[in-house]
Design a protein around this ligand. Sequence first.
Ligand SMILES: Nc1nc2c(c(=O)[nH]1)N[C@@H](CN(C=O)c1ccc(C(=O)N[C@@H](CCC(=O)O)C(=O)O)cc1)CN2
Ligand SMILES: NCC(=O)N[C@@H]1O[C@H](COP(=O)([O-])[O-])[C@@H](O)[C@H]1O
Length: 196
Amino acid sequence: MTLRLAFLASHGGSAARALVQACRAGELDAEPLALASNNSRSPALAWAREAGLRTAHLSSATSPDPDALDAAIHDFLVGSGADTLVLSGYMKALGPRTLGAFAGRVLNIHPSLLPRHGGRGLYGDRVHESVLAAGDPESGATVHLVTAGIDEGPVLEQVRVPVLPGDTLDTLKARVQAEEAALMLRAVQSLAARHG
Ligand SMILES: Nc1nc2c(c(=O)[nH]1)N[C@@H](CN(C=O)c1ccc(C(=O)N[C@@H](CCC(=O)O)C(=O)O)cc1)CN2
Ligand SMILES: NCC(=O)N[C@@H]1O[C@H](COP(=O)([O-])[O-])[C@@H](O)[C@H]1O
C-alpha cells in the first residue's frame, strides 16, 4: 500500500525535500501530499508550493489558542488525505488531536543520539552545542516515532558520526546533517514495507 505523506517544517524542510525526491525517483512507495509550517517565510513552504504540494501557514499567529491551532493543523493534514506525518525540522510541540489522528505514524528526525541531548529546549543548533559542551566522542541523528512527550518516542533508526578534535558548531552540524536524508529515507521505507 502506498504511503500518503504530509510534512510539518519550521525552516528548510530538508528531510521533506529528500523524501519527495525519493518518491519521484521511484525509491520510495509513497505519495507526498501536503506541507504546513509555523513560519510563513520558511523556505520549506516556498519549496512545497513549487513542488505542487498543498501548503498552509499554521501558527500561534493564525490560531492564538493552542487547542484551536492543534485543531487547524489536524484539519489541514487529515483534509489532505495523508496517513503518515513527517516532522522535518519542526520546532513546535505537536498537539493531542493531531497526534491522535496519526497514531503510530508520526516520524521525527533529531540531530543527536537520543536519548542524549533531546527534550524541550534542545532543537537545531542548540543540540550540537550541547553535544560539544558535554565533550561527547560521538554524535549522530535519530528518527523516532512521535509521542506526547518531546523526543521520548521509540527510536526507529540512528546513525553515528565522530566528534573530532577542534570541531565547531558548524563542522559538527554539517557532519550530522550529511547523514540525515538517508536516515529518514531508510526509516520511511521500513514503515512503507511494514504497512505494505
Ligand atoms: N508531541 C511532540 N511534538 C514534537 C516532538 C515530539 O517528540 N513530541 N518533537 C519535536 C522536534 N524536536 C526535537 O526533535 C523539538 C522541537 C522543539 C523543541 C523546543 O523546545 N521548542 C521550543 C520552541 C522553539 C521555537 O519556537 O522555535 C519550545 O517548545 O519551547 C524541542 C524539541 C517536534 N514536536
Ligand atoms: N528538534 C528538531 C531538530 O532540531 N531538527 C533538526 O533541525 C534541522 C532542520 O534543518 P532544515 O530546516 O534545513 O530541515 C535538522 O538538522 C534537524 O535534524
